[in-house]
Design a protein around this ligand. Structure first.
Ligand code: HEM
Length: 128
């Protein structure tokens, strides 16, 4: 990975990041494989799309949109009201890995993102 470029730039900035997040939620919305975690979300996924995009923007080294609007993400704390174990973690990752596989991103960038997302998703577990 080129140290001069942020992950945000390697993804291709706002356009590609929005496309990835939208694809992720489209997959979650229609896939039986993600039925469990889809049920945690509101009927409309619009707010989820916007929030995840804003969070990932800053997380990947781009504009810190989420922090500017909502303050510190306290991501684990914000997920405690949802029962997240290995099954739910793997459903989330299944959607994200599928969205990444379908994207036009460089395979090194895809692989890097898969590794990083796996770490964050595992950190979100709050039940055995
Ligand atoms: C491990 C499985 C996960 C499940 C089941 C899950 C589920 C949810 C649900 C149901 C919400 C509330 C609806 C919403 O506001 O969008 C939410 C919010 C959110 N999730 Fe997750 N999530 C998971 C992992 C992740 C990961 C890995 C990330 C980041 C890479 C993430 C980032 C966010 C963000 C930024 C929000 C909005 C927080 C807020 O401001 O309320 N989630 N998640």
């Amino acid at each position: 990975m080129n140290e001069l470029n942020s992950l945000y730039d390697l993804i291709g900035g706002e356009t590609n990041l929005r496309a990835l997040v939208n694809r992720f939620y489209d997959i979650m919305d229609v896939s039986p494989e993600a039925k469990g975690i889809r049920a945690f979300h509101a009927k409309s996924l619009n707010q989820s799309r916007e929030k995840l995009f804003m969070f990932l923007s800053g997380w990947s080294g781009g504009p810190a949109l989420y922090v500017e609007k909502y303050g510190h993400p306290r991501l684990r704390q914000r997920h405690v009201s949802f029962s997240i174990g290995e099954v739910e973690r793997d459903q989330w990752l299944w959607c994200m890995n599928k969205a990444l596989d379908e994207s036009e991103l460089l395979s090194t960038v895809k692989d890097h993102l898969k590794t990083r997302f796996a770490e964050v998703a595992d950190f979100m577990r709050n039940k055995e």
